[in-house]
Ligand binder design. Structure first.
Ligand code: GLY
Length: 371
Protein backbone atom coordinates (compact mmCIF):
# COMPACT_ATOMS: atom_id res chain seq x y z
CA UNK A 1 0.00 0.00 0.00
CA UNK A 2 1.19 3.54 -0.62
CA UNK A 3 0.73 6.80 1.23
CA UNK A 4 0.36 10.05 -0.65
CA UNK A 5 0.59 13.52 0.77
CA UNK A 6 -1.54 16.08 -1.05
CA UNK A 7 0.45 19.28 -0.57
CA UNK A 8 -1.95 22.19 -0.64
CA UNK A 9 -0.24 24.98 1.25
CA UNK A 10 -1.32 28.20 -0.35
CA UNK A 11 -1.14 31.91 0.11
CA UNK A 12 -4.58 33.43 -0.35
CA UNK A 13 -5.22 37.08 -0.99
CA UNK A 14 -8.85 37.80 -0.13
CA UNK A 15 -8.33 41.57 0.11
CA UNK A 16 -11.16 43.71 -1.14
CA UNK A 17 -12.28 47.32 -1.28
CA UNK A 18 -15.11 48.95 0.59
CA UNK A 19 -16.47 52.01 -1.16
CA UNK A 20 -18.62 54.46 0.77
CA UNK A 21 -20.60 57.02 -1.20
CA UNK A 22 -23.88 57.98 -2.80
CA UNK A 23 -25.70 56.18 -5.62
CA UNK A 24 -22.91 53.75 -6.40
CA UNK A 25 -24.75 51.61 -8.97
CA UNK A 26 -23.00 53.13 -11.98
CA UNK A 27 -19.71 52.70 -10.15
CA UNK A 28 -20.54 49.02 -9.62
CA UNK A 29 -21.14 48.48 -13.34
CA UNK A 30 -18.00 50.45 -14.18
CA UNK A 31 -15.95 48.30 -11.79
CA UNK A 32 -17.32 45.14 -13.41
CA UNK A 33 -16.38 46.50 -16.85
CA UNK A 34 -12.91 47.19 -15.46
CA UNK A 35 -12.40 43.61 -14.29
CA UNK A 36 -13.76 43.41 -10.72
CA UNK A 37 -14.80 39.81 -11.45
CA UNK A 38 -12.66 38.90 -14.48
CA UNK A 39 -14.31 36.91 -17.24
CA UNK A 40 -17.77 36.84 -15.65
CA UNK A 41 -20.73 38.02 -17.74
CA UNK A 42 -23.62 36.50 -15.79
CA UNK A 43 -24.94 38.07 -12.59
CA UNK A 44 -27.49 36.75 -10.10
CA UNK A 45 -28.80 39.82 -8.29
CA UNK A 46 -30.31 38.71 -4.97
CA UNK A 47 -32.55 40.98 -2.92
CA UNK A 48 -35.62 41.07 -0.68
CA UNK A 49 -39.18 42.12 -1.45
CA UNK A 50 -38.72 45.66 -0.07
CA UNK A 51 -35.32 46.49 -1.49
CA UNK A 52 -35.77 44.83 -4.90
CA UNK A 53 -37.96 47.49 -6.56
CA UNK A 54 -35.96 50.32 -5.02
CA UNK A 55 -32.38 49.28 -5.70
CA UNK A 56 -31.97 45.73 -7.05
CA UNK A 57 -34.10 46.21 -10.18
CA UNK A 58 -32.06 49.27 -11.18
CA UNK A 59 -28.81 47.33 -10.58
CA UNK A 60 -30.12 44.54 -12.80
CA UNK A 61 -31.27 47.03 -15.46
CA UNK A 62 -27.91 48.80 -15.54
CA UNK A 63 -26.06 45.50 -15.91
CA UNK A 64 -28.27 44.50 -18.83
CA UNK A 65 -27.83 47.91 -20.44
CA UNK A 66 -24.09 47.37 -20.22
CA UNK A 67 -24.48 44.10 -22.14
CA UNK A 68 -24.29 41.62 -19.26
CA UNK A 69 -26.69 38.79 -18.52
CA UNK A 70 -28.48 39.52 -15.25
CA UNK A 71 -31.51 38.14 -13.40
CA UNK A 72 -33.18 39.24 -10.21
CA UNK A 73 -33.88 36.67 -7.46
CA UNK A 74 -36.14 38.00 -4.74
CA UNK A 75 -37.27 36.57 -1.40
CA UNK A 76 -39.69 37.81 1.27
CA UNK A 77 -38.10 40.49 3.49
CA UNK A 78 -37.30 39.86 7.14
CA UNK A 79 -35.02 37.85 9.43
CA UNK A 80 -37.43 34.89 9.19
CA UNK A 81 -36.32 34.44 5.58
CA UNK A 82 -32.68 33.99 6.56
CA UNK A 83 -33.02 30.21 6.64
CA UNK A 84 -31.81 27.16 4.71
CA UNK A 85 -35.14 26.88 2.87
CA UNK A 86 -34.79 30.34 1.28
CA UNK A 87 -31.26 29.50 0.21
CA UNK A 88 -32.52 26.30 -1.40
CA UNK A 89 -35.35 28.09 -3.22
CA UNK A 90 -32.95 30.72 -4.57
CA UNK A 91 -30.43 28.07 -5.61
CA UNK A 92 -33.10 26.10 -7.47
CA UNK A 93 -34.27 29.27 -9.23
CA UNK A 94 -30.69 30.02 -10.26
CA UNK A 95 -30.16 26.46 -11.48
CA UNK A 96 -33.39 26.65 -13.49
CA UNK A 97 -32.07 29.80 -15.16
CA UNK A 98 -28.88 27.95 -16.04
CA UNK A 99 -26.60 29.72 -13.64
CA UNK A 100 -23.48 27.61 -13.30
CA UNK A 101 -20.00 28.25 -11.94
CA UNK A 102 -19.36 31.09 -14.35
CA UNK A 103 -21.62 33.53 -12.51
CA UNK A 104 -21.28 36.15 -9.80
CA UNK A 105 -23.81 36.90 -7.05
CA UNK A 106 -24.64 40.51 -6.25
CA UNK A 107 -26.39 40.97 -2.91
CA UNK A 108 -28.44 44.15 -2.83
CA UNK A 109 -29.96 44.87 0.56
CA UNK A 110 -29.49 44.74 4.29
CA UNK A 111 -27.88 42.21 6.59
CA UNK A 112 -30.32 39.40 5.85
CA UNK A 113 -29.65 39.70 2.11
CA UNK A 114 -25.86 39.98 2.41
CA UNK A 115 -25.56 37.15 4.99
CA UNK A 116 -27.76 34.79 2.99
CA UNK A 117 -26.32 35.65 -0.44
CA UNK A 118 -22.72 35.39 0.74
CA UNK A 119 -23.42 31.93 2.12
CA UNK A 120 -25.22 30.91 -1.05
CA UNK A 121 -22.33 32.17 -3.19
CA UNK A 122 -19.87 30.21 -1.05
CA UNK A 123 -21.55 26.89 -1.80
CA UNK A 124 -23.11 27.48 -5.25
CA UNK A 125 -21.13 25.40 -7.73
CA UNK A 126 -18.65 24.94 -4.85
CA UNK A 127 -18.17 28.68 -4.70
CA UNK A 128 -18.74 31.67 -6.96
CA UNK A 129 -17.69 35.27 -6.30
CA UNK A 130 -20.07 37.74 -4.69
CA UNK A 131 -20.39 41.48 -4.29
CA UNK A 132 -22.26 43.28 -1.50
CA UNK A 133 -24.29 46.40 -2.24
CA UNK A 134 -25.40 47.46 1.26
CA UNK A 135 -28.62 49.44 1.49
CA UNK A 136 -29.12 49.61 5.26
CA UNK A 137 -27.16 51.13 8.10
CA UNK A 138 -27.00 47.70 9.77
CA UNK A 139 -25.40 46.15 6.70
CA UNK A 140 -23.07 49.12 6.37
CA UNK A 141 -22.12 48.99 10.04
CA UNK A 142 -21.61 45.28 10.32
CA UNK A 143 -23.13 42.60 8.11
CA UNK A 144 -21.72 43.47 4.68
CA UNK A 145 -18.12 43.78 5.88
CA UNK A 146 -15.93 41.03 7.30
CA UNK A 147 -17.04 37.94 5.42
CA UNK A 148 -19.28 36.29 7.98
CA UNK A 149 -22.12 34.72 6.05
CA UNK A 150 -24.80 32.47 7.48
CA UNK A 151 -28.40 31.45 7.91
CA UNK A 152 -30.42 31.06 11.09
CA UNK A 153 -31.88 27.80 12.36
CA UNK A 154 -34.83 27.31 14.75
CA UNK A 155 -32.26 26.86 17.55
CA UNK A 156 -30.38 30.14 17.07
CA UNK A 157 -29.12 32.77 14.65
CA UNK A 158 -26.15 32.35 12.29
CA UNK A 159 -25.33 28.77 13.26
CA UNK A 160 -24.80 27.49 9.72
CA UNK A 161 -22.52 29.44 7.41
CA UNK A 162 -19.09 30.24 6.06
CA UNK A 163 -16.35 32.78 6.28
CA UNK A 164 -16.51 34.05 2.72
CA UNK A 165 -15.13 37.39 1.66
CA UNK A 166 -16.86 39.50 -1.01
CA UNK A 167 -15.07 40.91 -4.06
CA UNK A 168 -16.10 44.42 -3.07
CA UNK A 169 -18.53 46.15 -0.71
CA UNK A 170 -20.51 49.21 -1.75
CA UNK A 171 -22.02 51.26 1.06
CA UNK A 172 -24.60 53.52 -0.54
CA UNK A 173 -25.49 56.14 2.07
CA UNK A 174 -28.16 57.55 -0.25
CA UNK A 175 -30.25 54.42 0.37
CA UNK A 176 -30.59 55.22 4.07
CA UNK A 177 -33.14 57.93 3.18
CA UNK A 178 -35.70 55.23 2.39
CA UNK A 179 -35.14 53.40 5.71
CA UNK A 180 -37.84 53.55 8.37
CA UNK A 181 -36.70 55.08 11.69
CA UNK A 182 -36.81 51.66 13.36
CA UNK A 183 -34.29 50.26 10.84
CA UNK A 184 -31.92 53.20 11.27
CA UNK A 185 -32.06 52.70 15.04
CA UNK A 186 -31.30 49.01 14.54
CA UNK A 187 -28.16 49.91 12.56
CA UNK A 188 -27.17 52.42 15.21
CA UNK A 189 -27.09 49.60 17.77
CA UNK A 190 -24.05 48.08 15.98
CA UNK A 191 -22.58 51.56 15.51
CA UNK A 192 -22.78 52.31 19.25
CA UNK A 193 -21.30 48.87 19.95
CA UNK A 194 -18.30 49.77 17.77
CA UNK A 195 -17.80 53.02 19.69
CA UNK A 196 -18.07 51.17 23.01
CA UNK A 197 -15.41 48.65 22.08
CA UNK A 198 -12.91 50.82 20.23
CA UNK A 199 -13.38 54.57 20.24
CA UNK A 200 -14.41 56.76 23.18
CA UNK A 201 -14.28 59.91 21.05
CA UNK A 202 -16.65 58.35 18.53
CA UNK A 203 -18.96 57.52 21.44
CA UNK A 204 -19.04 61.21 22.46
CA UNK A 205 -19.60 62.15 18.80
CA UNK A 206 -22.62 59.84 18.71
CA UNK A 207 -23.98 61.32 21.94
CA UNK A 208 -23.87 64.72 20.26
CA UNK A 209 -24.99 63.86 16.72
CA UNK A 210 -27.31 60.87 17.02
CA UNK A 211 -30.48 62.70 15.98
CA UNK A 212 -28.76 64.00 12.83
CA UNK A 213 -28.39 60.42 11.57
CA UNK A 214 -32.19 60.12 11.55
CA UNK A 215 -32.36 63.50 9.80
CA UNK A 216 -30.00 62.21 7.10
CA UNK A 217 -27.30 64.80 7.75
CA UNK A 218 -24.69 63.98 5.09
CA UNK A 219 -21.49 64.66 7.00
CA UNK A 220 -22.74 62.82 10.10
CA UNK A 221 -23.83 59.79 8.04
CA UNK A 222 -20.48 59.75 6.23
CA UNK A 223 -18.61 60.01 9.52
CA UNK A 224 -20.44 57.08 11.08
CA UNK A 225 -20.18 54.93 7.92
CA UNK A 226 -16.42 55.50 7.88
CA UNK A 227 -15.94 54.96 11.62
CA UNK A 228 -17.90 51.68 11.50
CA UNK A 229 -15.79 50.37 8.63
CA UNK A 230 -12.51 51.46 10.20
CA UNK A 231 -13.28 49.85 13.55
CA UNK A 232 -14.57 46.65 12.00
CA UNK A 233 -11.90 46.07 9.37
CA UNK A 234 -9.06 46.77 11.79
CA UNK A 235 -10.28 43.80 13.83
CA UNK A 236 -11.09 41.56 10.85
CA UNK A 237 -7.71 42.18 9.22
CA UNK A 238 -6.00 40.86 12.36
CA UNK A 239 -8.26 37.87 12.99
CA UNK A 240 -10.53 37.01 10.07
CA UNK A 241 -11.56 33.58 11.40
CA UNK A 242 -12.33 34.65 14.97
CA UNK A 243 -9.57 32.72 16.67
CA UNK A 244 -9.46 35.35 19.40
CA UNK A 245 -9.56 39.12 18.75
CA UNK A 246 -12.61 39.05 16.47
CA UNK A 247 -14.64 37.93 19.47
CA UNK A 248 -14.63 41.59 20.55
CA UNK A 249 -17.13 42.29 17.75
CA UNK A 250 -19.42 39.98 19.67
CA UNK A 251 -19.78 42.55 22.43
CA UNK A 252 -23.38 42.47 23.65
CA UNK A 253 -24.25 39.57 21.36
CA UNK A 254 -24.31 36.76 23.94
CA UNK A 255 -27.58 38.02 25.38
CA UNK A 256 -28.47 39.90 22.18
CA UNK A 257 -28.59 36.87 19.90
CA UNK A 258 -30.34 34.76 22.51
CA UNK A 259 -33.09 37.33 23.03
CA UNK A 260 -33.49 37.81 19.27
CA UNK A 261 -34.30 34.10 18.90
CA UNK A 262 -36.48 33.88 22.03
CA UNK A 263 -38.47 36.90 20.77
CA UNK A 264 -39.09 34.85 17.60
CA UNK A 265 -37.70 37.85 15.68
CA UNK A 266 -40.25 40.33 17.02
CA UNK A 267 -37.09 42.22 17.96
CA UNK A 268 -34.89 43.42 15.11
CA UNK A 269 -31.23 42.43 15.39
CA UNK A 270 -30.20 45.89 16.62
CA UNK A 271 -33.03 46.03 19.16
CA UNK A 272 -31.96 42.67 20.57
CA UNK A 273 -28.33 43.83 20.59
CA UNK A 274 -29.32 46.98 22.49
CA UNK A 275 -30.80 44.85 25.29
CA UNK A 276 -27.70 42.63 25.12
CA UNK A 277 -25.46 45.69 25.49
CA UNK A 278 -27.49 46.84 28.52
CA UNK A 279 -26.97 43.37 30.04
CA UNK A 280 -23.26 43.42 29.19
CA UNK A 281 -22.59 46.80 30.85
CA UNK A 282 -24.70 45.84 33.85
CA UNK A 283 -22.73 42.63 34.34
CA UNK A 284 -19.47 44.46 33.55
CA UNK A 285 -20.21 47.08 36.20
CA UNK A 286 -20.83 44.34 38.77
CA UNK A 287 -17.32 42.99 38.00
CA UNK A 288 -15.77 46.48 38.10
CA UNK A 289 -14.93 46.54 34.36
CA UNK A 290 -16.91 49.74 33.78
CA UNK A 291 -17.93 52.54 36.16
CA UNK A 292 -21.58 53.12 37.05
CA UNK A 293 -21.33 56.48 35.29
CA UNK A 294 -20.06 54.98 31.99
CA UNK A 295 -22.60 52.14 32.24
CA UNK A 296 -25.38 54.72 32.51
CA UNK A 297 -23.95 56.67 29.54
CA UNK A 298 -24.05 53.54 27.37
CA UNK A 299 -27.61 52.70 28.37
CA UNK A 300 -28.67 56.34 27.90
CA UNK A 301 -27.23 56.43 24.35
CA UNK A 302 -29.10 53.28 23.33
CA UNK A 303 -32.28 54.80 24.77
CA UNK A 304 -31.63 58.05 22.93
CA UNK A 305 -31.50 56.04 19.69
CA UNK A 306 -35.01 54.82 20.52
CA UNK A 307 -33.78 51.30 21.23
CA UNK A 308 -35.01 49.03 24.03
CA UNK A 309 -32.77 48.51 27.07
CA UNK A 310 -35.14 46.42 29.15
CA UNK A 311 -36.33 42.85 28.69
CA UNK A 312 -39.82 42.81 27.15
CA UNK A 313 -42.59 41.19 29.22
CA UNK A 314 -43.20 38.52 26.59
CA UNK A 315 -39.67 37.11 27.04
CA UNK A 316 -39.45 34.03 29.26
CA UNK A 317 -36.25 34.72 31.23
CA UNK A 318 -35.69 31.02 32.01
CA UNK A 319 -35.78 30.27 28.28
CA UNK A 320 -33.42 33.20 27.72
CA UNK A 321 -30.86 31.76 30.16
CA UNK A 322 -31.07 28.38 28.40
CA UNK A 323 -30.68 30.02 24.99
CA UNK A 324 -27.37 31.61 26.05
CA UNK A 325 -25.81 28.16 25.54
CA UNK A 326 -26.41 28.33 21.77
CA UNK A 327 -23.81 31.12 21.57
CA UNK A 328 -20.80 30.26 19.41
CA UNK A 329 -18.42 31.49 22.12
CA UNK A 330 -19.53 28.73 24.51
CA UNK A 331 -16.54 26.47 25.19
CA UNK A 332 -16.82 23.06 26.86
CA UNK A 333 -20.32 23.93 28.03
CA UNK A 334 -19.24 27.18 29.72
CA UNK A 335 -20.76 30.56 28.88
CA UNK A 336 -18.23 33.18 27.76
CA UNK A 337 -18.87 36.91 27.55
CA UNK A 338 -16.96 39.84 26.03
CA UNK A 339 -16.91 42.98 28.20
CA UNK A 340 -16.08 46.56 27.45
CA UNK A 341 -13.47 48.26 29.60
CA UNK A 342 -14.96 51.61 30.39
CA UNK A 343 -15.97 53.17 27.08
CA UNK A 344 -13.77 52.72 24.00
CA UNK A 345 -11.86 49.57 24.98
CA UNK A 346 -12.51 45.91 25.67
CA UNK A 347 -11.34 43.77 28.56
CA UNK A 348 -8.40 41.55 27.72
CA UNK A 349 -8.03 38.40 29.80
CA UNK A 350 -5.16 36.01 30.36
CA UNK A 351 -3.43 34.71 27.22
CA UNK A 352 -4.77 37.42 24.87
CA UNK A 353 -8.35 36.27 25.18
CA UNK A 354 -11.31 38.58 24.98
CA UNK A 355 -14.20 36.37 26.02
CA UNK A 356 -14.16 35.25 29.62
CA UNK A 357 -16.10 32.48 31.38
CA UNK A 358 -19.22 33.57 33.27
CA UNK A 359 -21.20 31.23 35.49
CA UNK A 360 -24.82 30.52 34.70
CA UNK A 361 -25.60 31.72 38.21
CA UNK A 362 -24.13 35.16 37.42
CA UNK A 363 -25.89 35.40 34.06
CA UNK A 364 -29.16 34.41 35.72
CA UNK A 365 -28.67 36.97 38.52
CA UNK A 366 -28.17 39.81 35.99
CA UNK A 367 -30.95 38.78 33.60
CA UNK A 368 -33.51 38.29 36.38
CA UNK A 369 -32.59 41.63 38.03
CA UNK A 370 -32.76 43.62 34.78
CA UNK A 371 -35.83 45.78 34.29
N1 GLY B 1 -20.72 40.70 13.57
C1 GLY B 1 -19.57 40.21 14.26
C2 GLY B 1 -18.43 39.92 13.35
O1 GLY B 1 -18.45 40.26 12.20
O2 GLY B 1 -17.49 39.32 13.79
Amino acid sequence: MANFRVALKKVVDDSYDIQIGYQLMDQLVEDIKNGLVPGIRKFAVISDSIVAPLYAEPVCGKLKQAGYHADLFVFEEGEKSKVRKTKEVLEDAMLAKEYRRDCCVIAVGGGVVTDLSGFLAGTYGRGVPFINYATTLLAAADASVGGKTAVDTPLATNLIGLFNQPQKVYIDIDTWKTLPRRQIASGLAETIKHACLADREFFSYLEEHLEEVFEGNRSVCEHIAEANCRIKYEVVMKDEREKSLREVLNLGHTVGRAIETVSDYRLLHGEALSIGMAAQVTMGASFGYISEEDKNRVIALYKKAGLPVTIPDYIDREELVKKLYTDKKVKNGTLRFVFQKGIGQVMEFEGETYATPVTEEKAREILFAMP
